[in-house]
Design a protein around this ligand. Structure first.
Ligand SMILES: Nc1nc2c(ncn2[C@@H]2O[C@H](COP(=O)(O)OP(=O)(O)OP(=O)(O)O)[C@@H](O)[C@H]2O)c(=O)[nH]1
Ligand SMILES: [Mg+2]
Length: 223
């Protein structure tokens, strides 16, 4: 986990997230861009809001396709940033029911292969609907990150669906549940609608991509 570039401030993200551009899609690891530089993947249940979060972070509503219908993102989508070698990755959601079991197993296998073997992966952003956090799949992903020492940030999306108090409480509850997690960095209430948690997320991603370490950053809720 070597940083690409160690010079950055803690207050201002070193990465220009609005520079994100679609790079390529892959259905398997062999189709992915060269395994070098630094990548951060967005994972989570289907419909949790992964693509929307990516668009919000990059200030580009057309970057990743979003949809009311679960299962919109079916490929591993790569977005390059202007900082050389840095990429954001939108993963297909897990738990999507409306595809055949064979197709599901196939996706799962390729997704697992990406997650386990991608050397340039610097961190995992696990996206959960704030109203339904820590489903069995979420726990599996979070455990997996822990076992592999992969830095993990949890975005509790659709925070606009809850009042501020309950949203903060949910973040605290999730943190408490994962108190022994070895690589959890932050639990951030996030809203693509109200832009909650966006600056904090950008700082975290920036730190992972170009920072010297993946240390904790302040977790003051925004908005
Ligand atoms: N209210 C609210 N709705 C949101 C938010 N984020 C996403 N949504 C909605 O949730 C639905 C799913 O969003 P996507 O970003 O496509 O979800 P996804 O996780 O990428 O879904 P898959 O690609 O199917 O895995 C869309 O209708 C979005 O408009 C949010 O912060 N607040
Ligand atoms: Mg998506």
């Amino acid at each position: 986990m070597k940083p690409v570039n160690a010079s950055q401030s803690l207050e201002k993200p070193a990465i220009a997230f609005n520079s994100a551009r679609f790079l390529t899609s892959a259905s398997r690891r062999s189709e992915c861009p060269e395994d070098s530089g630094a990548e951060i993947a967005f994972a989570g249940r289907s419909n949790a809001g992964k693509s929307s979060a990516l668009n919000t972070i990059t200030l580009n509503s057309k970057l990743a396709r979003t949809s009311k219908t679960p299962g919109r993102t079916r490929l591993i989508n790569f977005f390059s940033l202007s900082t050389p070698g840095c990429r954001l990755v939108d993963l297909p959601g897990y738990g999507y029911a409306k595809v055949s079991r064979d197709m599901k197993n196939d996706w799962q296998q390729h997704l697992d292969d990406y997650l386990v073997n991608r050397e340039c992966l610097r961190g995992l952003t696990l996206v959960m609907d704030i109203r339904h956090p820590l489903t069995p799949f979420d726990r599996m992903m979070s455990d997996w990150a822990g076992h592999n020492g992969l830095p993990l940030t949890i975005l509790l999306t659709k925070a606009d669906k809850l009042k501020n108090g309950p949203a903060r409480q949910t973040a605290l509850d999730v943190k408490k549940e994962l108190a022994n997690h070895p690589s959890l960095v932050a639990v951030i209430p996030f809203s693509s609608l109200k832009k909650t948690g966006v600056d904090q997320t950008r700082l975290q991603l920036s730190q992972w991509l170009v920072g010297e370490n993946a240390g904790k950053i302040a977790e003051e809720p925004e908005g």
